[in-house]
Design a protein around this ligand. Structure first.
Ligand code: AMP
Length: 216
């Protein structure tokens, strides 16, 4: 089974993906994390993706879909897709791929207002070493700039500055938001209010997933 977590940047996809992967044993596939890893390693893919990621634009579809297709193994594993698909073209490519392997999927939309996204993302900080996520307002690290878990450097992502967040929101509204209507038409769509705290969002997601898995 494939779970597609859809939502604006900052809606909690990454946090919830980690919680759900631990609880249900999903393999977590975050295209954003993969690009950041490739960029840090200065790999050919990372070098190609870098200018897009840093400016808040989408990486070209052919690079993304090839990368995702190369990671999915249909050996009975269940995946949680975080950040993919991001537009209709990617959704159609994924749909064809899943249909040809007869893999069922569900789409869950983490719904949040634009204002809340701006507030969350401009206050977001991440650990360079272990990826732990902080928020300067609601969950700052105990020592400024240092990760509580691994003592790594806690920094602001290049694309979390206000100007780039606004750009990413525009990209979301233009290209990703249409996926809501697309998947509603496919009858595999559920929605969760992402303005709640992480634990409440996790419980709401568990209700959706448990009922889906029980075939309700
Ligand atoms: P994220 O961490 O999901 O917010 O992604 C960070 C950045 O990675 C995005 O702003 C894009 O530049 C790039 N990216 C991640 N996923 C995709 C995708 N499915 N298609 C195109 N670009 C992507």
């Amino acid at each position: 089974m494939i779970v597609i977590l859809l939502g604006m940047p900052g809606s909690g996809k990454g946090t919830q993906s980690k919680l759900l992967s631990e609880k249900y044993g999903f393999k977590h596939l975050s295209t954003g994390d993969i690009f950041r890893g490739e960029m840090a390693a200065k790999s050919p893919l990372g070098l190609k993706a870098s200018e897009y990621v840093k400016s808040g634009k989408l990486v070209p579809d052919n690079l993304v879909t090839e990368m995702v297709a190369g990671k999915l193994e249909f050996d009975g594993a269940s995946y949680l897709l975080d950040g993919f698909p991001r537009n209709l073209e990617q959704a159609r490519a994924l749909g064809g791929f899943l249909a040809s392997h007869q893999v069922p999927f569900i789409v869950i939309f983490l719904n949040l207002t634009r204002e809340e996204v701006l507030k969350r993302l401009t206050a977001r900080r991440v650990c360079l070493a272990c990826g732990e996520v902080y928020n300067l307002t609601t969950r700052p690290p105990a020592v400024e700039g240092k990760c509580d878990k691994c003592q790594g450097a806690v920094i602001q992502r290049d694309d979390d500055t206000e100007a780039t967040v606004r750009k990413r929101l525009m990209v979301f509204e233009d290209l990703t938001q249409p996926l809501v209507a697309y998947y509603k038409g496919e009858g595999v769509f559920r929605e969760v209010d992402a303005a709640q705290g992480p634990e409440q969002v996790a419980s709401a997601l568990a209700v959706v997933l448990d009922s889906t898995m029980a075939g309700k």
